[in-house]
Write a protein that binds this ligand. Structure first.
Ligand code: SF4
Length: 282
C-alpha cells in the first residue's frame, strides 16, 4: 500500500459506521407505544370520562384569527378576565369601523367572554407610540412586555403578507401553519395552537398550565416533559378529530376540579386512572 494511503474499511468498521448512522428512536412515538402497552386505553378512558362529565365539544370559530392571536398573547401569564379587559380597551382606543363580531369563548375559557364588537384597527395598533399602547393595555397586566410584543407580531405579519389578515393559514397544513406562526418572536407552540385550533379547527393540541397539570398527574405525558414539548406528545396520543375536545375538556377539568391546590379527587371522573392519587393506577 502507498505510504499515507488509507486502508480500506474492514467489514467490521463498515457495520459500526452503519450503526452510528441509525437514527435514535423518536421519543414521542416510543412513549405513545409504551403507554398503550403498559396502560391500555388510558387516553380513551380519560377522554370518555371527561366527556361524560363536561359533554362533547363541537368546534365553533371563537374570533377572527388576528383577534384570536392578539387576545391569546394578552392571556400570556395573566387571567383570561384581564386579557378581555385589555382587548376591549384596544377596541375602544383604536376603533376600526368594521362589522362587530361575536366572541364564542365556550367551555375552558376563564373569562366572561368579550362583548360583541369590531376588531381593533390593527394598523393603528401597530403604529401607535409604544408608550400609548402600554397605557391602553395596562388593565391586562405585563403591559410593558406585551405592547412591544403585539406590535412586533403585527409588523411581522404585515411585512410578510401585506396586511394583518391571517386567514391564509386556513390553506396550510397544521404543522406548517404552526411553524409559520412560531417563527414570529413571542409566539410559541401554545399561542399558535390556540389560534389554529379555535379560528380554523386545526387538529393541534394547545397545552397550557391546566392541561399540563392534569396530564402530568394522570400520567398521560412523561413527568419530565415540558409543556412546550407536550404539544408534540399529544399529536402522537390523539387522533386529529379528538384534539379539540381533548383540549377544551382537559383545560376545563383543570379549572373546575383538578386545581393546582386542593384538587377535588372525590368527585373526579377520571380518578380510577390517575397516578397522582394512586401511583399504581392502571
Ligand atoms: S384524581 Fe385528582 S389529581 Fe387526578 S385528575 Fe382527578 S382531580 Fe386531578
Amino acid at each position: 500500500m502507498t505510504p499515507g494511503a488509507r486502508a480500506p474499511a474492514s467489514p467490521r468498521h463498515r457495520t459500526t459506521a452503519r450503526r452510528t448512522k441509525r437514527r435514535a428512536p423518536d421519543p414521542v412515538k416510543v412513549w405513545a407505544k409504551r403507554l398503550e402497552r403498559t396502560r391500555p386505553n388510558l387516553v380513551r378512558d380519560v377522554l370518555d370520562g371527561l366527556a361524560a362529565r363536561y359533554g362533547h365539544q363541537a368546534w365553533e370559530r371563537r374570533l377572527d384569527p388576528t383577534s384570536e392571536l392578539i387576545l391569546t398573547i394578552l392571556t400570556q401569564n395573566t387571567a383570561d378576565t384581564n386579557a378581555e379587559a385589555a382587548f376591549q380597551a384596544l377596541r375602544l382606543a383604536y376603533p376600526s369601523g368594521l362589522p362587530a363580531e361575536h366572541h364564542n369563548p365556550g367551555l375552558g375559557w376563564g373569562g366572561a367572554g368579550l362583548p360583541d364588537g369590531a376588531p381593533p384597527d390593527w394598523d393603528a395598533v401597530e403604529r401607535a407610540p409604544v408608550q400609548d399602547l402600554v397605557e391602553v393595555i395596562r388593565p391586562g397586566g405585563l403591559a410593558n412586555q406585551k405592547a412591544p410584543r403585539l406590535q412586533a407580531a403585527l409588523r411581522t405579519i404585515r411585512e410578510a403578507r401585506g396586511d394583518h389578515s391571517l386567514e391564509f393559514l386556513a390553506e396550510m397544513a397544521p404543522l406548517e401553519a404552526r411553524a409559520w406562526l412560531t417563527a414570529i418572536d413571542g409566539i410559541g407552540k401554545k399561542t399558535a395552537s390556540v389560534l389554529l385550533a379555535f379560528s380554523f379547527g386545526k387538529p393541534l393540541m394547545a397545552v397550557d398550565r391546566h392541561v399540563e397539570r392534569v396530564s402530568h398527574r394522570v400520567g398521560l405525558i412523561p413527568a419530565k416533559v415540558s409543556a412546550d414539548d407536550a404539544h408534540d406528545f399529544y399529536l402522537a396520543l390523539l387522533r386529529p378529530e379528538e384534539t379539540y375536545e381533548a383540549h377544551v375538556n382537559l383545560i376545563h377539568h383543570g379549572r373546575a376540579i383538578c386545581h393546582a391546590r386542593n384538587p377535588q379527587h372525590e368527585i373526579c371522573p377520571i380518578r380510577d386512572r390517575c397516578r397522582f392519587v394512586d401511583p399504581k393506577a392502571p
